[in-house]
Design a protein around this ligand. Structure first.
Ligand code: DAH
Length: 341
C-alpha cells in the first residue's frame, strides 16, 4: 500500500507538468481526489488494515493528499488563464453597433426644427380618420372627382351610422388642418408630419403607405406673399441659399387660389439636368390660400382671417435627395438599403 501511495504521488507530479487548461486540471483532480478517486479509495480502505500500520499509512496518505491539493491549487491560476483568448490591450475597442433614424425621419426632423424656429407648432392627427375630416371638411364632397385620385382603404362598419363618420385610412395630412383650427383657433401656425395611405397598385412611383408634411398658417391679412416667403425659406433650408420657388396654378379643392409649388433644381441650379428632366424645376408641393369653406369647417371666420396651406411628400424629398428611383425601397425594411443612410 505504501508503494501504491508513492506511485500515485509520482504520477500526479508527472501529470501536473502536462496540464494545459482548467478542464485537464479538473480531470486530474477527479481521478485522484474525487469521490471515487484513486487516493480517496486508499484512504477509505484504511479501516480494513491492522491498527499499527494504519497510523503510518494514514499519515503518509494524508500528507500526499495535502501535497496534491497544494500543487493543484498552485497550477490553477495558470490553467484558467490558458482558457482565455490572448488579451491584447493595444487592440482598438469594438464599437457597439448603433442604429440610426430612417431617412424619412431625418428630413422630418430637419423640417420640424426649421418650422418650430419660425414659430410653428407640430401637431399629430389620427391615421384612421373619418370621411368627414379627410374629405367633406376639406371641400371634397362625396361626388367630387378629386376623391377618385385619393382612393383609400375604408373600414367596414358593423353598425351603419352617418356616412360622414365612416372611417378610412387618411389619404393626406390635410384633415389635421381642420382638427388644429378647431383645437387652437386663430391665429395659428402649425405643421403636421404623418403617415398617409392610398389604394394604389404599387410601382416605382406609387406606394400604399407614405409620409407627408402639411403646413397651415392662419392670421389676419395672410396672402400668397406669406406663402411664398415661407416656402422659399423652407426650400433654402433643404437645398441651400439661392434656391428659388415657383408657384403655378393648380386646383386643390381646399385652397383658392391653389398652386403647384416647384423649387429650382438643386442638382443643376436650374440649368436643366436628368433629375429635373431638363426643366430646371422640381415639383415638390401643393399649396394655396385656405378656402373659406375650410376655414368655416375649422370654426374660423373667413371674413376676419385668411390663411395659407401647403403639403408635400417626405418620401419624395428623400428620393430626390439621394437619387432613389423606386419608392418601394423606402418602407420595404431591407437593411441593405437602410444602412446606406
Ligand atoms: N393634400 C394634398 C395631397 O395630398 C397636398 C396639398 C395640396 C396640401 C395643397 C395642401 C395644399 O395643404 O394647400 O395631394
Amino acid at each position: 500500500m505504501l508503494d501504491e501511495l508513492k506511485k500515485i504521488a509520482e504520477e500526479v507530479k508527472a501529470k501536473l507538468g502536462e496540464i494545459k487548461d482548467s478542464q485537464e486540471l479538473r480531470d486530474l483532480e477527479l481521478k485522484y481526489l474525487g469521490r471515487k478517486g484513486e487516493l480517496t479509495n486508499i484512504l477509505r480502505g484504511l479501516k480494513d488494515i491492522l491498527p499499527e500500520e494504519r497510523a503510518k499509512i494514514g499519515a503518509l496518505a494524508n500528507e500526499i493528499k495535502l501535497d496534491i491539493e497544494a500543487s493543484l491549487n498552485e497550477r490553477r491560476g495558470a490553467a484558467v488563464s490558458a482558457d482565455l483568448p490572448a488579451l491584447d490591450l493595444t487592440l482598438p475597442g469594438k464599437k457597439p453597433e448603433r442604429g440610426h433614424l430612417h431617412p424619412v425621419s431625418q428630413v422630418q426632423e430637419q423640417l420640424e426644427n426649421f418650422f418650430t424656429s419660425l414659430g410653428f407648432i407640430i401637431e399629430d392627427g389620427p391615421e384612421l380618420e373619418s370621411e368627414y375630416y379627410n374629405f367633406e371638411a376639406l371641400n371634397i364632397p362625396a361626388d367630387h372627382p378629386a376623391r377618385d385620385m385619393q382612393d383609400t382603404f375604408y373600414i367596414e362598419e358593423k353598425q351603419k351610422g352617418d356616412p360622414k363618420n365612416r372611417l378610412l385610412l387618411r389619404t393626406q395630412t390635410s384633415p389635421v388642418q381642420i382638427r388644429a383650427m378647431k383645437k387652437y383657433g386663430a391665429p395659428l401656425r402649425v405643421v403636421v408630419p404623418g403617415r398617409c395611405f392610398r389604394y394604389e397598385a404599387t410601382d416605382v412611383r406609387h406606394e400604399h403607405t407614405f409620409f407627408q408634411l402639411e403646413g397651415l398658417m392662419v392670421d389676419k391679412d395672410i396672402s400668397v406673399a406669406h406663402l411664398k416667403a415661407v416656402l422659399e425659406a423652407m426650400a433654402q433650408e433643404l437645398y441651400g441659399p439661392g434656391t428659388k420657388v415657383r408657384l403655378r396654378p393648380k386646383f386643390y379643392p381646399f385652397v383658392e387660389p391653389g398652386f403647384n409649388g416647384e423649387v429650382s433644381c438643386f442638382m443643376c441650379q436650374g440649368q436643366g439636368c436628368r433629375l429635373c428632366k431638363q426643366s430646371g424645376w422640381l415639383e415638390i408641393f401643393g399649396a394655396g390660400l385656405v378656402h373659406p369653406k375650410v376655414l368655416l369647417a375649422g370654426g374660423i371666420d373667413p371674413a376676419v382671417y385668411s390663411g395659407f396651406a401647403f403639403g408635400f411628400g417626405l418620401d419624395r424629398l428623400v428620393m430626390l435627395k439621394y437619387g432613389i428611383d423606386d419608392i418601394r425601397l423606402l418602407h420595404g425594411g431591407d437593411l441593405r438599403f437602410l444602412e446606406q443612410f
